[in-house]
Design a protein around this ligand. Structure first.
Ligand code: ASP
Length: 334
C-alpha cells in the first residue's frame, strides 16, 4: 500500500513557470537527442526540490531558500545541512553510525548548473561535509579532497571540529561489536544518504549528496556518495540524478551518470531510473536480494522519477506548496 504524507505549506506555494524556451533549445540541439515534440506545451511548476527518503524538513529548508530567491545550488546545500545537523539521523553528519573501529567518516559532494563539482571523502569531525564539498568546488582547483587533507582544508575555512559520535550511535556500535557481523541491511537506517536535487525559478538544476556511509564499514571505505557520476550527476541541459543504497553497486554501474545519459537519449526520469536499477539486478549472478539501491531523478522539464530494488524506498518532493513523501515503485516484488 502506498504511504503518503502530505505537508501543505501555503505560504511557500510554488509559481507555475513555462520552460518551453529552455526546452526548445534542448530539442534544437540534435546531438542531445531529446525526444520532445511539444516544447511549447510543456510546463513545469518551478521551483522544485526532490530528495531521497523521508526528509520533509530538509526539502522545506531548500524550498524556503528557493522561494526567497536563492538558486538551486544554495537550496541543495542548505537542505542537506538540515539532515547533517540532525543527530537523530544515524546515517548522515552528526550522529552518523561509525565504521567498525568507531570512527564516523563522512562522504559528500555537490554539483552546479555549470557542471562544476566538489567532493569530500573520509572526512572526520566536521558536521557539514556538504559545505566543505562546496568550498572544494568554489575555492580550490580540485574536485575531491580526502581524509586529513579535507579536514585541514575545512578547519582553515572556519569549520568547527566536533565529535560526531553521539551516545546513541556509540551504543549501537557497541551492541554491534558483540557479534561484529557485517552484512548490509536493507531498508533501514544504514542506507539513508540524503541526496537532493533542485530546479530554481530560472530552470537551473543543482544537486548534492551527503552521508556517513554504510554503518560498520571497514575503516577507509568510501561509497558512491562522493563520487561524481556514481552518487550524483547533474547536466543542466538534461537533468540530474542522485543515488542511495549499497554504494559499491552504484559505483560498478556509474549509476547517476547512467540515469542522466538515459534521459539524454529520450527516456523519462522514471524510465531512466528503472533501467539503471535493471543494470544492477540483471547482471549474471547478481545478489540483489541482499541489498538495496534507489535512484531519484529530475529532467529539465521538471518531471521526476524514483525507483529502487526493494520496497520502502521513498522520495520527498516539494512542489506547488506540497511537501510530500512518496513511496517508490520497486523491482523485487517476489
Ligand atoms: N550510498 C551510501 C554508501 O554506500 C549509503 C547510503 O545510501 O546510505 O555509502
Amino acid at each position: 500500500m502506498k504511504r503518503r504524507k502530505f505537508i501543505k505549506n501555503t505560504a511557500l506555494s510554488g509559481a507555475g513557470l513555462a520552460v518551453g524556451s529552455t526546452l526548445a533549445s534542448c530539442v534544437d540541439n540534435e546531438s542531445k537527442k531529446i525526444k520532445s515534440t511539444t516544447a511549447t506545451s510543456i510546463k513545469a511548476s518551478l521551483p522544485l526540490v526532490i530528495a531521497t527518503w523521508h526528509v520533509e524538513e530538509a526539502t522545506a529548508k531548500a524550498m524556503a531558500v528557493l522561494q526567497a530567491g536563492g538558486n538551486a545550488l544554495d537550496a541543495v546545500e542548505q537542505g542537506c545541512r538540515v539532515e547533517e545537523a540532525n543527530e537523530k539521523g544515524q546515517s548522515v553528519g552528526k550522529g552518523g553510525l561509525p565504521d567498525r573501529d568507531g570512527n564516523v567518516t563522512l562522504d559528500a559532494c555537490i554539483m552546479d548548473k555549470h557542471g562544476n563539482c566538489g567532493s569530500v571523502v573520509y572526512l572526520q569531525n566536521i558536521t557539514h561535509a556538504v559545505s566543505v564539498a562546496r568550498k572544494v568546488m568554489e575555492d580550490t582547483p580540485h574536485v575531491m579532497l580526502a581524509g586529513e587533507g579535507a579536514k585541514q582544508f575545512a578547519l582553515s575555512n572556519g569549520f568547527k571540529e566536533e565529535n560526531l559520535l553521539t551516545e546513541a550511535s556509540k551504543e549501537a556500535w557497541e551492541k554491534w561489536k558483540v557479534e561484529a557481523k557485517y552484512k548490509p541491511i536493507i531498508n533501514i537506517e544504514n542506507h539513508d544518504t540524503i541526496g537532493m536535487l533542485a530546479i530554481d525559478k530560472n530552470g537551473d538544476i543543482s544537486g548534492a549528496c551527503t552521508t556517513s556511509g554504510l554503518a560498520y564499514k571497514m575503516g577507509g571505505r568510501v561509497g558512491d556518495s562522493p563520487i561524481i557520476g556514481s552518487g550524483l550527476f547533474v547536466d543542466n541541459e538534461i537533468g540530474a540524478c542522485v543515488a542511495t543504497g549499497l554504494g559499491e553497486e552504484v559505483v560498478k554501474t556509474v549509476g547517476s551518470f547512467l540515469v542522466v545519459e538515459l534521459m539524454r537519449q529520450g527516456k523519462s526520469p522514471q524510465e531512466a531510473c528503472e533501467e539503471a536499477i535493471g543494470r544492477i539486478v540483471n547482471k549474471p549472478n547478481s545478489n540483489y536480494k541482499d541489498f538495496q539501491v534507489g535512484y531519484i531523478a529530475v529532467n529539465k522539464r521538471g518531471e521526476t522519477g524514483h525507483y529502487s530494488i526493494h520496497q520502502y524506498f521513498s522520495m520527498t518532493k516539494f512542489q506547488d506548496g506540497v511537501n510530500e513523501q512518496i513511496q517508490s515503485d520497486f523491482y523485487n516484488k517476489n
